[in-house]
Every structure is written in C-alpha cells, then in structure tokens.
Design a protein around this ligand. Structure first.
Ligand code: SF4
Length: 237
C-alpha cells in the first residue's frame, strides 16, 4: 500500500524537458515535474494511469540540475500532475530547494486545494489554475473551493484554464465566468477544447461553440482566449 505524502519523498510520474503546451507561456521551454496522484477524477483525464516512482528531494533536484544542464535553459520549473498540492510537505521542501537553485516556479493545479496553496504561495512565480465545470468533468462542483483558491492565487501572477467539451452546461459556465469577474477580473482566462477521440481543435462544431463561449465571457472579462493543446498539435510530450 502506498505511503502517505512525506517531507522527504513523493511519487513522481516523470521529470522531463519540453515546450509548455498550454496557457500564457505557450511555447517556452519548461522543465516539468509531474506528480502521480490526484484527488478527483475528471472523465477526460489522461494522466491518472501513469505510475510514479518514489523519489527523494535530492533525487528530484539532481535530475532537474542534469536536465537544466543538458536541455536548458528553461524559463520555469513546472510542477504539474496529478495534483502537486496533494504532496504538501514534500512540495514545500522541494520549492525551497528549487528557489535556492534560482529556478522560477510555475504551479499547475486543479484550483481546489486552497489551504495547501496558502502554504506555498510565497514560492510560486506563476499559478496556472483550472476551473472545473462539473458538466464536463463529471465530478462534483467546486465553485466555493475555486473562489477561495482564486482569492489567494490572485496575489501572484495567475491565469485560469477552463477545459470545455460539447457537454458544457451554459448556466454552469456563466457562473464560473461570474466567479472570475467577482474575484479577479484582470486574470487571463484560457478556454481549452477537449474531445474524446480527436483533439478538441479538430472538431469544427466544438470550436464554433468555444467561439460563442468566448463572446459570453468577453462581456465581463477583458482577457479571454481559446487555446488548444499546443504539444498535442506538435505531437511532442
Ligand atoms: S484535476 Fe487534472 S490530474 Fe486530476 S483528474 Fe482532473 S485532469 Fe486529471
């Protein structure tokens, strides 16, 4: 049975260098550390079947230093998952070490675990947070968690990603946009298309829907973009 997260080790699925494929830093070289576990289960998730290896802080830092030397410079170390904030004791030690090594830290998160964010916000340079529509994830709704999370995240550079399929409930979507308007209206919002068999941007009907949803959001927010997954288009990791 897997041990609960500790200060000294965590289940890491992969550490690799690639281009950032999503969000406002699209196309930059990032060094990714992917944590294995997540506490929710979005229907479209393609990460949950990746099996991690238990790694110590020293092993992670050593791997990061080697990748930075061989494939850098990278503009950020991107902490992703799974859900990195699940590994709070380890994450705090890791982020402190990454800062000692002068890396900039990009935290990619599902935007739910707000009390964990509060404990690591000081080390974050950029926060990429999701808003999760229940009609797309088939999970429960997380509006209140997202609201608290955004209230903390907005003290740092933050942007929001909303993954959208044709299943989106328009009322639920409008409520999420209203939440952003109430808490952090200047924060950029990226609408990302998702589809089951093909990539979201390859479905013309879905893209037409996203164009409509972008217009809905632009009635309240100044910075709303449609952003397909760039790494999937380029067929890279
Ligand atoms: S929050 Fe992210 S990692 Fe967790 S199930 Fe959803 S898509 Fe997967």
């Amino acid at each position: 049975m897997r041990q609960p997260p500790t200060t000294n080790s965590a289940q890491i699925s992969e550490i690799f260098s690639s281009l950032q494929g999503e969000g406002i830093y699209l196309g930059e070289r990032h060094l990714f550390i992917r944590f294995e576990e997540c506490h929710i289960h979005c229907e479209y998730c393609d990460e949950l079947d990746k099996v991690g290896t238990e790694m110590s802080i020293d092993q992670v830092i050593e791997t990061v230093q080697k990748l930075e030397k061989d494939e850098g410079p990278h503009s950020f170390v991107s902490l992703t998952g799974g859900e990195p904030l699940l590994y709070l004791p380890f994450l705090k030690s890791l982020m402190a070490r990454l800062k000692e090594e002068r890396f900039r830290i990009y935290l990619e998160t599902n935007g739910i675990l707000w009390s964990a964010l509060q404990e690591v916000i000081g080390w974050c340079d950029v926060i990429a947070m999701d808003l999760k529509p229940s009609s797309v994830t088939h999970e429960r709704r997380f509006e209140e968690e997202h609201r608290k999370f955004l209230q903390i995240a907005r003290t740092k550079e933050t942007f929001i990603k909303i993954i959208l399929s044709k299943e989106i409930d328009i009322k639920e979507y409008e409520n999420l946009i209203k939440l952003v308007y109430e808490e952090a209206r200047q924060v950029p919002v990226i609408l990302q298309p998702i589809s089951t068999i093909i990539e979201g941007h390859e479905d013309p009907d879905l893209m037409e829907l996203l164009m409509q949803l972008q217009r809905v959001a632009l009635e309240l927010l100044p910075n709303v973009r449609i952003g397909p997954r760039f790494h999937r288009i380029l067929k890279i990791r």
